[in-house]
Design a protein around this ligand. Structure first.
Ligand SMILES: *[C@@H]1O[C@H](CO)[C@@H](O)[C@H](O)[C@H]1NC(C)=O
Length: 429
């Protein structure tokens, strides 16, 4: 056998090993998803090996690879694009070029990435923001964030040809991410940037109508959007309120890691349960003991059991999503975890924990959930709780859809859902 044959064989085994993902029959565009999974798994395995060998934190390696499809702020024929900071938080701003007599709508967007990864400068988010600005003739503020890589990552980047200055700038252009920063830093960065945007003089400067401002975000960005929208309601400093919130497959609760959607989709790419639990725990700490406890759903101490009523899927999910599942009463974890990392019981991290008095005052809401997504039931339960509290909600549940479909380029289903999302914004913002 020649060398090439052996190499091919290895590649084949490799591909089969990584590429085999048993997917449900009706999931959209399964072959593309398998291809994507292959790439993600390869990166993830490299990151895991790096972590086991003590070279680099898992999330730093992930971020390193994921920061490649980043694009600079480039204006085009229709939109002016610029990077700036709002209250020291880096944001990318998209302002339509066409002349407008009236004030424009404004949309504040928060990207996903599990509180650890992602950036507004990522190709897919950049494209989404341009489309949003064009379609709605709106000013779009997209909160940026890039790697927060540790010292070692910085050296690697430098050795890969980036100048030290570039690397340092990249590290600064972000709402602060885990594993270097934990809750409530991410929340506070987003909140401070939003408050800055809602200042009268800033809105005036961008020509934005204070009565037509919305917030939106996907996944962890959906979590942050929901959380800051709640916070804003009671903030005496902010006079201008949001007209709508739009949450794209948001994560909204940290208490129950045994929801039907987590059971059914625990292996479904690109967000298996293990990765979601890791993202959650990294939001609060790099200590892996929280992750371990969360994974087996024994992290909430008995003193906090009163909170379970807010996340009780047995009462909050419609019948068709509960089919075939039995509700297990929570098994309590040690008080020590909650004492050390109180963030995971904080409503600013888990907006589903807000009581009805708080929820009642939320603005008109749009929620996207996907059938094959561990976060499906988070979104659905939030819809139920908001509706029970009297908030008007449009729920777009995507059958056959999977997590991340809006921000992963190349999927027809992603474009379709994006289109529905933009139509809703167009009609309601
Ligand atoms: C959850 O709701 C069910 C009823 O739907 C109830 O029997 C159960 O006690 C509740 N559990 C908690 C922890 O609230």
């Amino acid at each position: 056998m020649g060398r090439k044959t052996i190499l091919l064989l290895l590649v084949g085994i490799f591909t089969a090993y990584y590429g085999y993902t048993p997917l449900p029959d009706n999931i959209e565009e399964p072959w593309k998803l398998i291809g994507l999974t292959f790439i993600l798994n390869t990166i993830s395995n490299v990151a895991l090996v790096g972590e086991v060998l003590g070279i680099n934190h898992y999330m730093n390696t992930m971020n390193f690879f994921m920061s490649f499809p980043k694009v600079p702020p480039t204006s085009d024929e229709t939109v002016t694009v610029m990077d700036t900071t709002f209250s020291n938080v880096p944001v990318r701003v998209y302002v339509p070029k066409r002349k407008s007599e009236a004030l424009r709508r404004g949309l504040f967007y928060i990207h996903g990435g599990g509180f650890c990864l992602g950036s507004a400068a990522q190709y897919s988010y950049d494209v989404l923001s341009r489309r949003t600005a064009n379609r709605l003739d709106a000013v779009v503020i997209s909160t940026k964030c890039v790697s927060n890589g540790n010292q070692r990552m910085r050296i690697e980047k430098v050795s890969l040809g980036m100048t030290r200055k570039e690397t340092e700038r990249n590290e600064l252009e972000s709402y602060r991410l885990a594993p270097k920063y934990h809750f409530p830093n991410q929340f506070e960065d987003v909140y401070n940037a939003l408050k800055w945007f809602l200042r009268k003089d800033i809105l005036k400067g961008y020509g934005v109508d204070p009565k037509r401002i919305g917030i939106s975000g996907d996944s962890a960005g959906g979590n942050l959007a929901a959380a800051v929208t709640q916070q804003l309601i009671d903030d005496p400093d902010v006079k201008i309120k949001l007209k709508i919130q739009s949450l794209i497959y948001p994560a909204v609760q940290t208490l129950d890691m045994d929801l039907p959607s987590l059971r059914e989709n625990s292996q479904i790419p690109p967000l298996p349960k293990s990765l979601m639990v890791r993202f959650w725990s990294e939001y609060f700490t790099t200590d892996r003991s929280l992750e371990k406890a969360m994974f087996i759903n024994q992290h909430v101490p008995v003193e906090s059991s009163y909170l379970f009523k807010f996340v009780n899927w047995s009462s909050l999910l419609p019948e068709n999503f509960k089919k075939g599942h039995f509700y297990n009463s929570p098994i309590h974890g040690p008080s020590e975890l909650a004492r050390k990392y109180p963030g995971f019981l904080d409503v600013r991290a888990a907006p589903l924990l807000a009581d009805d008095n708080k929820l009642r005052n939320l603005p008109l809401t749009y929620v996207i959930t996907c059938q094959y997504d561990v976060l499906r039931d988070d979104g659905i339960m939030y819809v139920t709780r908001l509706r029970n509290a009297g908030v008007r909600v449009t729920h777009n549940h995507v059958e056959g859809g999977f997590h991340g479909l809006i921000s992963i380029p190349g999927f027809k289903i992603g474009l379709k859902v994006e289109n529905q999302y933009l139509s809703w914004l167009s009609e309601n913002l």
